[in-house]
Design a protein around this ligand. Structure first.
Ligand code: DX5
Ligand code: ZN
Length: 217
């Protein structure tokens, strides 16, 4: 069954704990936590103390942390200590990719690797064997509510084929512009096993209903 990871970037920050509780109660598999440093991307979101607070409020939740920051190696252990279960970073970041994956795993977290829309799938191939999540961006990272770029579907297919060839099973995740009535079914058809959705969940009138729609895909 397809997993859903609602992105709290579109949640109500004045009621973050309650929003996370609502989507988890509705069947969300995990919480997607988007960290932006104003350098790797032009936006600034939230960081360590917010994750620490959510971890305390939701001790049993699985936190899928997406680092859109320039130096993920420098922060991997701090995000693990703050409560991350899986830490995804970008292949385009400044840190050494293999060393960052090793550092994340040494903290007991799953490691994920992501790529911007302009980066070819093959850029991740040297690292695929050690990954828990391959995160294909459907939009340029930095903001919620953008339109899905269909080229992400080809990338998902490439990753699905390469993982099958190697006999490995990381979650194939897609993030940005994922809507349950339109782009989500296309992503699932292209091999996605883990859907990240921000505005489609947290801006819906019925958040719990939106999660259930995604879970039915
Ligand atoms: C974008 C973030 C996404 C974002 C997705 O840079 O990584 O996780 O919250 O938002 P939607 O689902 O609204 O496109
Ligand atoms: Zn994200």
């Amino acid at each position: 069954m397809t997993k859903i990871s609602p992105s709290v970037l579109s949640a109500d920050f004045a009621n973050l704990g309650a929003d996370c509780r609502a989507v988890l109660d509705a069947g969300a598999d995990m919480i997607h936590f988007d960290v932006m440093d104003g350098h790797f991307v032009d936006n600034i979101s939230f960081g360590l103390p917010v994750l620490e607070g959510l971890r305390k409020a939701l001790p049993e939740a699985y936190f899928d942390v997406h680092l859109m920051i320039s130096d993920p190696l420098a922060y991997a252990s701090a995000f693990a200590a703050a409560g991350a279960d899986c830490i995804t970073f970008h292949v385009e970041a400044d840190s050494d990719v293999a060393a960052t994956i090793a550092a994340i795993r040494a903290c007991g977290c799953g490691a994920g690797l992501s790529l911007r829309p302009a980066t070819p799938a093959e850029a991740l191939f040297p690292y695929l064997d050690g990954l828990s999540i391959v995160l294909v961006m459907g939009v340029e990272p930095g903001h919620g509510g953008q339109s899905f770029q269909p080229a992400a579907l080809d990338k998902l297919r490439k990753f699905q084929a390469e993982c099958a060839r190697r006999g490995i099973h990381p979650d194939l995740s897609v993030d940005g512009g994922v809507k349950y009535a339109t782009t989500a079914p296309q992503c699932v058809e292209a091999g996605a096993t883990l859907l990240v959705a921000g505005s489609a969940v947290f801006c819906a009138e019925d958040m719990a209903g939106a999660v259930r729609q995604f879970k039915s895909l």
